[in-house]
Design a protein around this ligand. Structure first.
Ligand code: PGA
Length: 250
């Protein structure tokens, strides 16, 4: 399975010109690399202009569940699919923390993405205090169970849902999760999915790690922790660093 490397640009950069510049440097830097699936997730505003200039894979940073209508400020999963997106990041901890994303809205967004044919990248992970209280397993169980409520075995199989383990305390903190911890969280996620979807070939499920990944630690997550890819925030805006991450992951 090729590692899936997702660049989450979050609310960056400030201009389309800068976005195009980062994008073209990344494209040039990874040109010869065939054994990784690289996906760029820019702000919505830059999706169409970047997409029109290339056959690259793109992810949206969110997706609303209604197809269209009077929902000021929202962008639907269907619009994103029509605009050429292949993936949608759903339930990122920053959306949960700052934009009142709930387990229920995450579930509606996952269902909309699955129905539309966008591959959801579901983000789950514990906060620092949950970690200190030893609640990592219960948080992962709860977040996964609610996000995937009423998603059938066949939908799960067909949609190829990706799950990103993103411990909240590791995101943007410069304190990445140890390879051991990432390995055990990925194993736990695989078990939770195995229990919920006994007929699924769970080894085909792609589990990513995200949180303070950089050019120096990326290969450890893939090769030692055994995750199937990475979700990268800050380092994905620095083309040379991002290219290093992709190079060291294959
Ligand atoms: P980071 O963000 O790489 O800046 O820690 C990761 C993420 O939020 O997906």
């Amino acid at each position: 399975m090729k590692p899936l490397i997702v660049a989450n640009w979050k609310m960056n950069p400030l201009t389309l010109k800068e976005a195009k510049s980062i994008f073209s440097s990344v494209k040039a830097g990874i040109k010869g690399i065939k054994n990784a699936e690289v996906v760029i997730s820019p702000p919505f505003l830059y999706l169409a202009p970047l997409k029109s200039a290339s056959s690259f894979l793109f992810a949206a940073q969110d997706a609303y569940w209604e197809d269209k209508g009077a929902f000021t400020g929202e962008i639907s999963a269907l619009m994103l699919k029509n605009a050429g997106c292949g993936y949608a990041i759903i339930g990122h901890s920053e959306r949960r923390k700052y934009f009142h994303e709930t387990d229920e809205s995450v579930n509606k967004k996952i269902k909309a993405a699955v129905k539309t044919g966008l591959t959801p990248i579901l983000c789950v992970g514990e906060t620092q205090s949950e970690k200190e209280r030893g609640e990592t397993e219960s948080v992962l169980r709860k977040e996964i169970a609610s996000a995937l409520e009423n998603i059938s075995d066949s939908e799960m199989e067909a949609s190829k849902i990706v799950i990103a383990y993103e411990p909240v305390w590791a995101i943007g903190s410069g304190t990445p999760c140890s390879f051991d911890q990432a390995k055990s969280a990925a194993g736990l996620i695989r078990n939770i999915i195995r229990q919920k979807y006994p007929s699924l070939e769970v080894q085909k499920l792609r589990i990513l790690y995200g949180g303070s990944v950089n050019g120096g630690n990326a290969s450890g997550y893939i090769k030692e922790a055994g995750v199937n890819g990475l979700l990268i925030g800050g380092a994905s805006l620095i083309p040379s660093e991002f290219v290093k991450i992709v190079e060291s992951s294959v």
